[in-house]
Design a protein around this ligand. Structure first.
Ligand code: AHR
Length: 337
């Protein structure tokens, strides 16, 4: 097995060739491309395979990556996988063929990456995971993972629900509808897991997830699935949505059913995008667990270190906060995404 040091040193070896090849193939038409000129010295080419554009969070994340790559003077090859793993695999293969210096990607789902990552390793191109993790039996297939702790976000959502219920003076059974993220994606698996952990440990008798289904992290998905939830379980009194976009879609269905979001159905979600804060300031969402999408600047620093053959931290966690309605109005003007 190649040690990380050797792997990175070898990666530096292909940097010059990769940079030239990338310049010669600047029109990356199948995946879309951005380029930026470096401030002298050897220009780094980064291949970034994005999940898609499913949510406000993702839009902010893409913007952050593109702006930070530009500021760093890297050539960025960017692709949008439209939430399909096969598209991301093709994009990564194309980055390998183009001999980029570093590959970064935010995996749509957790499994099924070993084969393509082995190809990157054989080509001596280091891989950084951003935002979402993977399951692999070979940890040498990526050098670092930068992003949030989704299990902790699930725990924080449950703790936030405790406060929301108390504030609402809620008495009696807590009947929870859960809108899950994309099936098989790290944030969907882990946000459910963290929430359940607290629920099972501290609220076994009074809380129950009565219905749970994926809304694929989209507004349309949240709207559609919530409408079905309300049909099958009209007595739901809490919604836990794995992201703001699904909560926002669900609000439309709750209102269409003649109920008041934030009152008849208490809502806790994850992300903290501007539209989520607007809904919270209007009293329609009761609490939001923040998940920071602005990973670009940290990622570019990491890319530089990896490209220079420096040892990097295996896991870099992002810092984030929790917000209840009383903080929403105050925080809204300064929200960056
Ligand atoms: O992986 C992060 C999650 O993906 C965000 O919470 C969600 O909005 C996005 O689509």
């Amino acid at each position: 097995m190649l040690s990380r040091r050797n792997f990175l040193t070898a990666a530096v070896g292909v940097a010059a060739a990769g940079g030239l090849a990338a310049c010669a193939k600047e029109d990356d038409s199948s995946s879309g491309s951005d380029s930026s000129s470096g401030g002298g010295g050897k220009k780094i080419t980064l291949g970034f395979a994005q999940v898609g554009s499913e949510s406000g969070w993702r839009t902010a994340n893409t913007k952050s990556v593109k702006e930070a790559a530009k500021d760093a003077g890297y050539t960025l090859k960017f692709s949008d996988a439209q939430q399909k793993q096969e598209n991301q695999i093709s994009a990564i293969r194309s980055y390998i063929a183009q001999k980029v210096n570093v590959i970064a990607f935010s995996p749509v789902v957790v499994t099924g990456w070993d084969a393509v990552l082995k190809e990157a390793k054989t080509a001596k191109i280091p891989v950084i995971l951003t935002d979402r993790s993977i399951e692999t039996s070979d940890d040498s297939l990526y050098v670092s993972f930068i992003g949030s702790d989704f299990i902790d976000e699930g725990r924080r959502a449950a703790k936030m629900l405790e406060k929301v219920l108390e504030k609402a003076g809620h008495k009696g059974a807590v009947k929870i509808a859960q809108l899950e993220g994309t099936t098989g994606a790290a944030p969907a698996i882990e946000r459910a897991k963290g929430f359940k952990e607290i629920m099972d440990a501290e609220h076994k008798d009074d809380w129950k997830v009565v219905v749970s289904q994926t809304g694929d992290f989209t507004r349309a998905g949240g709207k559609q699935v919530m409408a079905a939830f309300l049909q099958s379980n009209p007595d739901i009194n809490v919604l836990y949505a794995h992201n703001d976009d699904m909560a926002l879609g669900a609000i439309q269905s709750i209102e269409a059913a003649g109920k008041k979001p934030g009152k008849d159905i208490l809502i806790v979600s994850v992300d903290g995008v501007k539209d989520g804060f607007v809904a919270m300031s209007e009293g329609k969402i009761n609490g939001i667990v923040e998940c920071n999408p602005l990973l670009g600047p940290q990622l570019m620093e990491l890319v530089k270190k990896v490209n220079d053959g420096e040892t990097v931290e295996r896991r870099i966690k992002t810092k984030e906060g929790d917000f209840l309605q009383e903080q929403a109005k105050e925080a809204l003007p300064t929200r960056k995404y």
